[in-house]
Design a protein. Structure first.
Lengths: 405, 405
């Protein structure tokens, strides 16, 4: 298949399967916001509203509205998808009304009606809210959205040294560790709300993030990224310190590739491509195919009982990193791996009967949970990945002369 | 096989495989306490000390010391196993020195040296400490052990309405739920330290526990025990409210059978046997055999990605309930199920090459993690289960005339 053929496949899935699935099944017409617990057919099986997923769905529809013209569906006068903007605003209304505690931090979850269920212990609720309102401020030009995005971002910066606050169960001082997720996402966030920040703040955040990801969490001896390190970047010989989350590391690599492209930093691109390939080689399941979810850097049993499962987001994010890596550097291994992983992913995750993708497969690639959405899977990784892959594949089609595929 | 043959198998595994495995591999001769993260061979792969598992191992060796004569090994002048008492005391020394926070509550985990790692957010650390020091006070007659057991038990009673305290992430009032584990274990605890409590307190605790387990958490419409219910015992249509933990429910049934036997309450015995069999029929994996770990009462996808795994403790606890049920009521289904589950359990969990049992199998019964111990698996369910089964099987052998096997 040529990049053009692949591009068509990703585009079609995005526009004709995945976004319509969420538009059709997830809207709570009675209480606002989105249902995300959808079974195989798209029926709602639980009505709790998880702030991560509410915000991610807002972001997804706002982002697509901002970036795509009217490929299909109802158009605004600017040729954009009015229905996508409406979806994003519908979710944002609910979040604006019910999502925040008095201190401005975002709850983790709400009841269907919007009453707070789980406290703001999880800073990623705030991260996804920042992204959501940032994209919506671009889409609408509304100051109120920009204000929420900016206030939330400042709250994250203020909490970043102790993100779990009173809900942290670690005894302070005994074994301080820092986690990979926050620096990785902060850098993405800074770009998401670049239009609301000072240039210096953006540059500084990016600088710090690249350093943290590529020098601190990347363990040169191991040749892989660790999920947790000591505050001064050393290895901790503990369950947390030995933990590898290959999908997470590979996802970070396409953020880094985007930054490298922005700076035209060839060496950084090459390093990100190498880490992508090394991680994939390490975490590829030689027995059953697919990418393992968790591993222990020393080969010990990890704590996570789900370690050998095949998760949708891991595979989607890796497809993006491989395509970006190929597009930016022409590394043939990226393309070869993309073809192999594309085949695994498309033959295991999508559900041609009822639409959208399964999220959780067992090691053998059999469906473990037949859901299309739940507490952690919503309208985010699949549409974002389809969009990202489609865009890169389009560019590859247009530049055939650069890298013969 | 006759009960006598089975009895020999359980006895041998306890005395010649499982207790020696932990005596050989788990003792930290340098810093005290026990290693529990042991790989297939018994080698230590992580040195953190989890209070649940420290206390459970103390309890196991103290309980065996208290209940068994010198079947083998070094004997005290009373014909008891001095080495078992020494093991229990060795772990208790470490716990006494390092296990408690200033307020007397027990930490969740410690470093190898005994420095606190994870706060006392988990009341089951206190429950297992009560059991450990209670058994040791019986073994030694030492007041200091009795005092720790009693103080800890009182702390549990004081915290029982809000066991997670400041570490609870639930917003108070929105969806209050109570969990099955605490009432279930409190009743067991009251018996464990019966020698330290008023008769009234013991009777009252047992009365409450039986009511909670058999009337409140047991859902008569569903015919199964729910893991969480509202404070007034109603169904909550939420992930937590729909959750079933079949092994947990079945484990509770042998606690109830013991209480029923103590009171000579035939109706209660029969109910406990029925719930055991109904739960087992419901949770037995018709495709691959073994008992599923988590289920959703309405058949929706559970949150737990490990829902379809086969765990050692689930199978061990069910063997106990089936044997006790058969011994107390003569119900033939209990024996037939015991034979079937015995075959599954013994052909999947024990490791004849390196000793002890695997803890975590995938749905197909293949080893998922080759560990013999970790953060949650230690020296507890296997030896307790072997001991309990052996004892019931001995009694069955002696009373062949009552229930022909």
């Amino acid at each position: 298949m040529t990049p053009q053929h692949y591009a068509r496949q990703y585009r079609n899935a995005l526009l004709n399967d995945v976004t319509p699935f969420w538009q059709r099944h997830s809207v709570d017409h009675e209480h606002g916001g989105f249902f995300t617990c959808l079974d195989r057919q798209g029926h709602v099986y639980d009505t709790d509203k998880f702030v991560w997923l509410q915000a991610r769905q807002v972001w997804t529809f706002a982002m697509l509205y901002n970036r795509l013209g009217q490929e299909s569906g109802e158009a605004t006068s600017q040729g954009r998808r009015a229905d996508w903007l409406a979806m994003a605003q519908y979710g944002a209304d609910f979040l604006e009304k019910y999502g925040r505690a008095e201190d401005g931090n975002w709850y983790f979850s709400l009841t269907r009606e919007g009453r707070p269920l789980v406290q703001p212990y999880n800073i990623f609720s705030d991260c996804f809210a920042t992204m959501a309102f940032g994209q919506l401020s671009i889409a609408t030009g509304r100051d109120a959205y920009a204000h929420i995005a900016k206030m939330t971002f400042e709250g994250i910066l203020a909490r970043q040294e102790n993100p779990k606050g009173q809900w942290s169960k670690a005894v302070a001082g005994t074994r301080p560790l820092k986690n990979f997720a926050l620096p990785m996402i902060l850098c993405n966030l800074a770009l998401e709300i670049e239009h609301l920040l000072d240039r210096d703040q953006v540059d500084q955040t990016i600088e710090t993030c690249i350093h943290e990801v590529m020098d601190v969490f990347y363990d040169a001896d191991l040749g892989l990224i660790r999920e947790n390190v000591t505050p001064d970047g050393q290895v901790s010989d503990s369950f947390e310190g030995r933990l590898l989350n290959p999908g997470h590391a590979i996802e970070a690599m396409w953020f880094i590739m985007d930054l490298a492209a922005r700076r035209d930093d060839r060496a950084l691109m090459e390093r990100a491509v190498k880490i992508t390939l090394d991680t994939l080689n390490y975490a590829w399941d030689k027995e059953y195919g697919g990418i393992l979810y968790f591993m222990d850097a020393d080969g010990h049993p990890p704590q996570q009982l789900e370690w050998d499962q095949k998760l949708w987001w891991v595979h989607v994010e890796t497809l993006i990193s491989l395509l970006k890596g190929y597009h930016l550097t022409g590394n043939q291994q990226c393309w070869d791996w993309f073809v192999r992983l594309h085949d695994y992913t498309w033959s295991h995750f999508p559900d041609p009967t009822h639409g959208e993708w399964y999220g959780y497969l067992n090691r053998r690639g059999e469906v473990l949970l037949p859901l299309k959405g739940g507490k952690w899977k919503g309208c985010y990784h699949v549409p974002r990945g389809l969009y990202q892959c489609w865009q890169v594949l389009e560019r590859l089609s247009a530049n055939k002369q650069l890298h013969t595929v």
